[in-house]
Structure formats: structure tokens, C-alpha cells
Write a protein that binds this ligand. Structure first.
Ligand SMILES: O=P(O)(O)O[C@@H]1C[C@H](O)[C@@H](CO)O1
Ligand SMILES: Nc1nc2[nH]cnc2c(=O)[nH]1
Length: 300
């Protein structure tokens, strides 16, 4: 099997990751027929039915967009929906909902993992909501329950900031990750769903699940949740100034704390939680959309 060419070294495209993102953004806005998307959402493994309560106005396949790759992950799709989030004042916010993502374990490189977020930023988005399926190390948080992410541990050994600098004004590699998961977005999400637990997400490279010893170590490092996505997307989002809200669906007790792990079980638990996830996502997006400060142009 041919090893996929990492996106940042794709001579055929002749572009760096940020140029490829700008090209994909132009293709995306043309295909969806509008350029007013200000919020982007990624659906994690098995989350696809979470769009059921959203007003989808158009859909395009990422296969038609520069730099995207058909998701190689179970429980992931390859579509991008354009969704209208209504607000009480009637102004509303237009959102992009990506039904799948590229994972680091697919071997396409960290820039490929960050490509979707960079494309959303190039399309004009200001806020990104990253959802995923995760294991849990906390007693009593309950399988099948969502949790808000307060911070992350990047245990992948990789960074999306490796490689070429982005164009100004975000041309810094040394990105501050304090409040990477912005407290005001969590406050808004909590208003919409007050009883969600909150915790630290540890991102592993994957695709294998962790050993029990790795889970003990991650717990000692302060992790409450464990998965194999999100952390590189969040770093890339912060580099280009996007605010990030992270939501994990707890699909299993982390390795060693429950039974054997399986990707099918992860997807099955997410599918069973679809009605609750659809309500949660609709309520959280409505709460974000109604918060005008998020969508105003920064003072010149
Ligand atoms: O995109 P997420 O983090 O939800 O997907 C995780 C990683 C694997 O694709 C799968 C493991 O079961 O879930
Ligand atoms: N790495 C990892 N990914 C997951 N996705 C869903 N659950 C898990 C888990 O326990 N570990």
C-alpha cells in the first residue's frame, strides 16, 4: 500500500499548507454559495446524527476540496454542511459542520490534521467547536455522557506548527496556549447544558488504544479524558486566532478501568447517544450564536 504523501510536502499541489487552506476555503464558499460562515464544528467518531436538529442549508463533499482526504476513520463522514443557527434578534450565524476529520494516525502528517481548521479560518470562521469520542478516567462521569474540555495534554509527539510559517498576521510558531479552550465559550456552553462535567483531554497518537499503564500515567499528568484527535486542531486554531470549544462524548472507561476497548463499541455508544448529542449541539451552537461579542469585527 502506498504511503500517502503528507500534505505539507505535496509538490503536486505546489502549495504550502496555508495556501492550500485558502484554496480549499475559496472552493468551499463557492460550492456552498456563501462566504458568511463564522463558526465551524467538527463531529467526532459516531457524532454524525448530532446534526439532526440543525438547519442544514447546503452540503459539499470534502473530496471536492483541495488538501482534504477521505476520512480513514470508523464513524467519520466526508461532508461539510452549511447550517443556519438562528438567534433571538433574527441576525443568526452561519456555521460549517464537518462530519469527519483527518487523524494523525492516518499517516498524512500534522498539517493534514490541521488543514480543516485552517480552511475554516481562511473561510472567515472565528470560533471552532471540536467534538470527539473519548475514554474517561474519572469515576462516576458515566459512559454515553458529554463533557466539556478545559485544557489538553498533547501526547502525540507532533505539532501542526512544524514546517512553514503562516502568512502575517499569524506568523508566529510560539503560540500561547493559555486558555486554549476559552473560558467564555465554556461558560456559554454551560448555560446551555449546565450539568456537563469538565476536564483535561489527553491526545495520544493512536490508532491503538492506550495500555493501562499509559492511562495511569496520563491520569497522574492530570488527564480526565483520553482520545486521539483534537489536540493538534486546537493548536492550529489558536495559531490563527480561532476560539475553541471542546466537547468529548465519553464512550468508554479508559484502558484498564473497564472492559476491553473496541472502535465499534465507541461508535455504537455515540450512535446511542445521538438524540442527546443533537439537542446538546443545537443548544450550544444557539448559545454561542446569540453571544454577539464573538461575531463582531475586532476594533480596527
Ligand atoms: O475523531 P474522534 O477522536 O472522535 O475519533 C476517535 C479516534 C478514532 O477514530 C476512534 C477510536 O475509536 O475515535
Ligand atoms: N485513544 C483513545 N481514543 C478513544 N476514542 C474513544 N475512546 C478512546 C480511548 O479510550 N482512547
Amino acid at each position: 500500500m502506498l504511503t500517502p504523501t503528507p500534505i505539507s510536502a505535496d509538490p503536486a499541489a505546489g502549495h504550502g499548507p496555508f495556501e492550500t487552506a485558502r484554496l480549499a476555503a475559496a472552493q468551499l464558499t463557492e460550492a456552498l454559495g456563501r462566504n458568511d460562515h463564522r463558526l465551524a464544528v467538527w463531529l467526532g467518531s459516531g457524532w454524525q446524527r448530532a446534526v439532526d436538529r440543525l438547519g442544514v442549508t447546503a452540503t459539499v463533499s470534502t473530496a471536492d476540496l483541495a488538501g482534504f482526504h477521505r476520512s480513514g476513520a470508523m464513524g467519520h463522514g466526508s461532508d461539510v454542511h452549511s447550517v443556519r443557527i438562528e438567534t433571538p434578534d433574527g441576525i443568526g450565524v452561519q456555521a460549517l459542520v464537518f462530519t469527519g476529520r483527518t487523524h494523525l494516525y492516518e499517516g498524512l502528517g500534522p498539517a493534514a490534521v490541521a488543514h480543516g481548521v485552517r480552511t475554516a479560518a481562511a473561510a472567515g470562521c472565528r470560533v471552532v467547536v471540536l467534538t470527539n469520542a473519548a475514554g474517561c478516567m474519572r469515576e462516576g462521569w458515566g459512559v454515553g455522557r458529554p463533557a466539556l474540555v478545559t485544557d489538553q495534554l498533547n501526547l502525540t509527539g507532533a505539532s501542526p506548527l512544524t514546517g512553514p510559517l503562516p502568512p502575517p498576521p499569524n506568523d508566529s510558531r510560539h503560540v500561547d496556549l493559555t486558555d486554549a479552550y476559552h473560558p467564555r465559550l465554556r461558560d456559554l456552553a454551560r448555560n446551555a447544558a449546565p450539568d456537563l462535567p469538565e476536564g483535561v483531554y489527553a491526545g495520544f497518537h493512536g490508532p491503538e488504544f492506550e495500555t493501562p499503564a499509559e492511562i495511569v500515567a496520563a491520569r497522574r499528568l492530570g488527564a480526565d479524558l483520553v482520545g486521539q484527535s483534537m489536540v493538534l486542531e486546537t493548536i492550529a486554531a489558536r495559531q490563527v486566532g480561532l476560539e475553541v470549544l471542546g466537547i468529548s462524548l465519553i464512550t468508554n472507561a479508559a484502558a484498564g478501568l473497564g472492559g476491553k476497548l473496541s472502535a465499534q463499541e465507541v461508535v455504537d455508544v455515540a450512535h446511542a447517544a445521538a438524540p442527546e448529542l443533537a439537542v446538546l449541539l443545537a443548544d450550544v451552537l444557539a448559545a454561542l450564536a446569540a453571544h454577539h461579542d464573538l461575531w463582531q469585527d475586532p476594533p480596527s
